[in-house]
Design a protein around this ligand. Structure first.
Ligand code: NAD
Length: 683
């Protein structure tokens, strides 16, 4: 074994200097709950060794007991001492040290994910979704920053679950950062084994844009929620294509990182909304941002105010300070009519604190998580079962309920309600209630529309206004209803004051729209009319995510259990030179339930970047459309067919031949003539 002195000398980029001072935590900044220490003695020794390997030996005697205490009381070693003091915020890109624009821009993106105003648990490096982390600990944060400062256009930084593996030589046409998070070998690809790996400091939950460093605050989800609600209204409540949700009531829960977008989106869409939230600090954040208009614990009062607003046709957003199950009890008991009903509690991590059971306060939930996880689990299951019963009751009275991508129906199934599964035995054929994906957003994704986004790296508000205008000029509002919605969205985006954190914008676009806008932006950067821009998207996109309970819930050819598409999307983006590429396990639905990837592309105005846009932006979306088309999804087939016609001699997508259903039935009837289920047929 080499000596520690030789090891230190063999690294120019490393943690150096005195031990930082013991940190002071600012009050009222939300803290992650204790994740519940559950390692064996041998695993604990390895976990400690793993954390100490970032730090010179001289500090080990002080840090060993400190790290052990973090592990025992928090279920993780965060290395709090290494966190820079005060708030971390995205600064203008020029304010970052670095040897290339990408290195500086990526530091900006990381810092935005950790901003007190943006992040869910900033001290624990969690950006959103209960556990979605930038990296695992503050030693990694410091090291990543140093690597990004040292990075040139001839380097690629390799990130493995928050750990910077090293800087490797590459070329300007290749990716600057390649990220993976939470990827597990199949046998261990489950929340329990992942949790052990996380406690040992070898795996991270990146969610989507948390560990992919492309989070842009709750705005990122406002547009998707706005489109989901508008289209749910069109489909289920008779809202005309050019109408809005005026006079309709939307009820949901969760004002967290993503869920906080619901009242804002509902208001932009013209609806009255009531959102239940158990954590009063979340409600305060949304009140401070003007994303909810009022909050109350008084259910009769809330519904009387809502009724007046519904009658007048004025949009209004109300937070109910309490448990969503209690809100539903009230709705069911008083036969209140609700038009659209959903849920945005963190059910993908229901037993880790993401779902607060009925009957206990938020504070009791946090205490119980630390002291008695078994009891907490029982309460979660009881509450989810009651939650489901109430949804059944109100939906029988005509309320449209949809699962909004938080694995709610899967959590209900895991709580023992087998009747929630379509086939009554497992989740493979989906659930009796539709996910928003099957009913609403899936067909829109099939066209290739998804949450494209950008960040003006100068930090100047005027750059954002200029890019909004430029993007709007690229959209033909008469092409499809979706284009009209997107046009209206970007036209009003500045007025709707959506920015929290960096100067960013989200805009749903398809392959053509994204490519056009990206080329236009790069030209603007070239001419100097705006500063450099970081382009990207949410991983929640047509090609970026394989997730049978969400993004691929409308894939019905059996390949919803496969993760080839997301993997190819990631690999193709890396091969085509996107600045930053990420591939994660988990995402919005939990470990083992999704593989998702994303990218970031720095627009520096160069012709080189024009070329990357032309090949990579198209691939990023059309890979997804091609797979959706192969699954026989009609909108995707329409796009793929036209794509082949327009790109003859360049690209070609394999198209599926369709089968006459009666011929199919006849053939299969031959095999299943005596019985109608696979299990009953004799071998
Ligand atoms: P979050 O953890 O930040 O917020 C969840 C909120 O729900 C918390 O504020 C919590 O206090 C509240 N809550 C929990 N139980 C409650 C209860 N019983 N009653 C009332 N409030 C309760 O998570 P987030 O980032 O807002 O994401 C929410 C969920 O949505 C996650 O499962 C996430 O994976 C999923 N998600 C969906 C989409 C989408 O496009 N549909 C996108 C991203 C995330």
């Amino acid at each position: 074994m080499p000596e520690n002195t030789d090891i230190a000398q063999a690294m120019t980029i490393r943690l150096k200097g005195d031990l930082p001072k013991t940190p002071r935590f600012i009050e009222n900044i939300r803290r992650a709950p204790d994740r519940g220490f559950r390692l064996t003695r041998a695993q604990t020794e390895v976990a400690l060794k793993n954390a100490l390997r970032y730090v010179p030996e001289a500090h080990h005697a002080v840090l060993a007991p400190e790290f052990l205490s973090e592990l025992k009381t928090r279920g993780r070693i965060y290395g709090y001492r290494f966190r820079p003091a005060g708030n971390i915020k995205a600064k203008p890109v020029d304010a970052y040290n670095g040897k290339c624009l990408a290195g500086q821009a990526i530091q900006l993106m990381i810092d935005n994910n950790l901003d007190f105003e943006v992040a869910l648990y900033p001290y624990e490096l969690v950006t959103y979704g209960e556990g979605g982390s930038v990296c695992q600990n503050w030693m990694q944060y410091r090291l990543i920053k140093q690597y990004l400062e040292a990075m040139t256009e001839h380097h690629t930084l390799v990130m493995q679950s928050g750990h910077p593996l090293g800087l490797f030589q590459s070329s300007p046409d290749q990716s600057r950062v390649i990220i993976s998070n939470g990827l597990m070998v199949g046998l261990y690809d489950n929340p329990e084994d992942w949790e052990i790996a996380a406690q040992m400091g070898v795996s991270a939950y990146g969610q989507m844009t948390a560990g992919g460093w492309m989070y842009i605050g709750p705005q990122g989800i406002v547009h998707g929620t706005y489109s989901t609600l508008l289209n749910a209204g069109r489909k289920m409540c008779g809202v005309p294509d050019d109408g809005n949700l005026s006079g309709l009531l939307f009820v949901s829960s969760g004002l967290g990182g993503m869920g906080g977008a619901q009242p804002k989106a509902a208001k932009i869409a013209g609806a009255v909304s009531i959102t239940a939230e158990v954590d009063s600090s979340r409600i305060q954040t949304r009140l401070d941002q003007n994303w909810v208009d009022m909050a109350s614990t008084d259910l009769p009062g809330i519904f009387s105010i809502a009724e007046q607003a519904l009658k007048s046709g004025n949009p209004l957003s109300i937070a109910y300070s309490g448990n969503v199950v209690d809100l539903l009890e009230h709705i069911a008991a008083h036969h209140i009519h609700v038009d659209l009903l959903s849920d945005q509690t963190s059910c993908h991590a229901a037993y880790d604190g993401g779902y607060c059971p009925q009957g206990i306060s938020f504070e009791e939930r946090t205490r119980l998580l630390a002291t008695d996880r078994e009891r907490f689990r029982e309460l979660v299951d009881t509450s989810l079962r009651r939650h489901f019963k109430l949804i059944q009751t109100v939906s029988q009275r005509g309320v449209y309920f949809f699962d909004y991508g938080n694995a709610f129906l899967k959590a209900v199934f895991d709580a023992g309600v087998t009747e929630v599964a379509k086939n009554g035995k497992d989740a493979k054929d989906g659930f009796i209630f539709p996910s928003y994906f099957e009913d609403i957003m899936g067909p829109i994704f099939d066209y290739g529309y998804g949450p494209f986004r950008w960040v003006c790296l100068s930090g100047k508000p005027e750059d954002l206004v200029a890019t909004d205008k430029a993007a709007m000029s690229c959209i033909d509002p008469d092409r499809r209803p979706e284009d009209r919605d997107n046009y209206v969205w970007i036209r009003d985006a500045d007025r709707n004051q959506l920015v929290v954190g960096s100067r960013a914008r989200i805009l749903y676009q398809d392959a053509l729209g994204r490519t056009r806008i990206a080329l236009k932006f790069n030209k603007m950067v070239r001419s100097g009319s705006v500063g450099p821009i970081m382009l990207g998207r949410d991983h929640h996109d047509p090609g970026g995510t394989d997730s049978p309970f969400r993004e691929t819930a409308n894939i019905l050819d059996g390949s919803n259990v496969c993760a080839d598409m997301a993997t190819h999307c990631f690999a193709g983006n890396a091969a085509r030179g996107m600045t930053m590429v990420a591939l994660h396990n988990g995402g919005g639905t939990g470990i083992g339930k999704a593989i998702n990837g994303g990218f970031g592309l720095v627009l520096d105005g160069s012709r080189r970047v024009d070329d990357i846009i032309r090949s990579a932006m198209n691939w990023d979306v059309m890979g997804g459309v091609a797979r959706r088309s192969w699954a026989r999804n009609p909108n995707a087939m329409e796009v793929a067919l036209r794509y082949n016609q327009e790109n003859a001699n360049r690209d070609q997508i394999t198209l599926p031949y369709l089968v006459d259903e009666s011929l199919l039935k006849e053939a299969v009837d031959e095999v299943f003539s005596k019985t109608d289920s696979r299990e009953e047929i004799a071998p």
